[in-house]
Every structure is written in C-alpha cells, then in structure tokens.
Design a binder for this molecule. Sequence first.
Ligand code: ADP
Ligand code: MG
Length: 353
Amino acid sequence: MSIEIDHVNKHFRDFIAVDNVSLTFREGELTALLGPSGSGKTTLLRIIAGLEQPDTGRIRFHGEDTTELHVSQRGVGFVFQHYALFKHMTVFQNVAYGLTVRPRRTRPGKAEIRDKVMRLLELVQLDWTAHRYPHQLSGGQRQRIALARALAVEPKVLLLDEPFGALDAKVRAELRRWLRRLHDEIHVTSVFVTHDQEEALEVSDRVVVMNKGKVEQDGSPEEVYDNPANPFVYQFLGNVNRFRAGIHAGEARIGDIRLPAPEFHDRRNESGLAYVRPHEIEVYAEAVASDTLPARIELISVVGPTVRLELRTDAADDLVHAELPKHRFHALGLTQGNDAWIRPVQSRVFLPD
Ligand code: ADP
Ligand code: MG
C-alpha cells in the first residue's frame, strides 16, 4: 500500500504545522520522517492516520482518496512513544484486543485468535510473556508488544511515532536493529517518526527530512547523508565544522587550501562557508604539504576508542572539531597547546549553493 501526500497544509491558529507537503511513501518500504521537535512530523502522521484533517490537500492510499475516510476505515496500525498497554490485561489479551472487539460477523474464532496472537508474539520474540502483565515487562519489551498489538489487525500501513523515544540509548539501538529485521520479514508500508538522525539512517529504506513543516529532502539514507540538499540537512545529520571559503573560477579556497570545484563554477555560495564533519578532518604533527592549515590544539578529550580535538585555526571563526581513532592520535605525539596541521578530506567538503 503506497501512501501519497498531495499538497497537504495544516495550521493551528496562526501557526503553520505542515506547509504544502507532497510526498509518496512507497509500498513495502520503511520510511523515516526525520526532523527536529516541532517540525510537523507527528501532525503529518496523524493526518495520514485520519486523526487530524488537513486544511487543504489530499491523502491517497494506493491511489484511492482517503482524505475523508474515518480512522477506523483506513487500516492503519499505530505505535506511539507512550503506547499504554492495557494494564489489567495480560500480554496475550492486549495483542488479541483488536480482534476480540470486532463485530461478531468479522470476528475470528477463539482458536484462530489464539494461533494468530501466538504467531505475532513469536514474531516479536516474546511468546514466553503471553501470560504476564505489562508491569512485569521492560520498556523495550512493552514496545515490542505494542507493535504486535498494532500488527494483529493486519494493518495495510504501520505508523510509528518515536516508538523508542522513551527508552535508554542502548535499548533503543537494539530495538531499531530488531525493527529493521522485523520489517524485512513483514514488509508492511511503514512510516517511522524520529528526531534522531542515527536512528533514521540505520533503520529506514528512505529518509524524509522535515523542518518547519516543510520537506527539506527525500532520499535514501546514503543520499541524504552523502548528498545533502542544503545546509540544514547537512547540519541536522551530524556534527559540523564551518570554514570560511571563497569560490573563484572553479576553485574553492579554505585558507591556502585549494579545492577543485568545477561544478560550483557558476554558483555564488552566498554563505561563504564550507562544511566538514569532525571525522573528515585529517590531523598532522607537521606541515605535510602546502595544503594543510596551521592550527593549535586547545582541548583533547578521549571518548572510548576515539579522540576528540578542538583546534583554533585562522580559517574558521569557531573552534574546529576533529575526531580520530585513539591509536592514530597517539602516533602523532601531540598534546594540548601544541601546534598541529589540519586538512579536510577533499572529497567530503560540503559547499552549499
Ligand atoms: P513534531 O512531531 O515534529 O515535534 P508536531 O507535529 O507535534 O511536531 O507539531 C508541530 C507544531 O504544531 C508544534 O509547534 C506544535 O506546538 C503545533 N501543534 C501540534 N498540534 C497542535 C494542536 N493540536 N494545537 C495547536 N498546536 C499544535
Ligand atoms: Mg512528534
């Protein structure tokens, strides 16, 4: 089931929450809706679900206009950040709920419900919890049960709004890999809302980056990371250094470093900035060539296997952050206060239009 968002707008009083969004979520794909808090992700998800009506625009499921259709008619399953399971019901009863409340005509028989619930519990690898109550489960287990419950009614579309947002980092990382594997098995068209770029990049087939109610970019995780459409996307997807840059005659300059930039020949690069990520900055103990920038190490911090440096250089207004493996840093023999030389990895410099 593909989902088409066609010129959708939604405002609350004078605030524009969704600003003329057009998008297609493709059949069988897991798409991440990624953006900072307040960018309109939840509002868009609720419009897809039918919990919210757009001011203008249409929603189509597999080509069929569902804009006016009631939420119960759309065949969507939800998982929210705080999806309260029914506390007084066992895990089994929670997952069975959507089937047992169906009108008698369409309600499956008891044995059929039992088989189905047990299959879903196996799918989320929690069949051994069937007779437990929600309070006897961890937060991560509860979210997996919430997912099983959403899947029980065989939704055509699965909508997940920051489903792991309330869990700690380690459990979250486990659950998103688990969700990826689960999706590879069931292939239901899914939209996964998150404000965490790592989560979006790791879990999804496609990433839609939102900001202030608008879509900034729509592409594969590699596309949005390697070829950001604009500085917002670049900065939202990871840590950033900004160097002052000049672009003249097919060449970008950062300090004395010249980068061939033929494709930027006609562009103005109005910001006059070049962006480089911390792990894409090489650090040297001496000037290895003419194309390194002199710098001074202001701060060294060791974070597990990685060393993070803060360096002062004339080519940037702010301190430059560099990140390298600990063993490589130690081989340089540098300490705080030393001079060092840095060079952005040429192919990874981002020059916006
Ligand atoms: P996100 O999920 O990306 O954090 P939301 O879609 O929840 O963003 O909200 C986008 C903006 O719309 C927010 O500034 C929020 O305050 C506003 N908003 C959302 N729902 C309502 C509502 N029911 N009434 C008024 N403002 C709302
Ligand atoms: Mg939200």
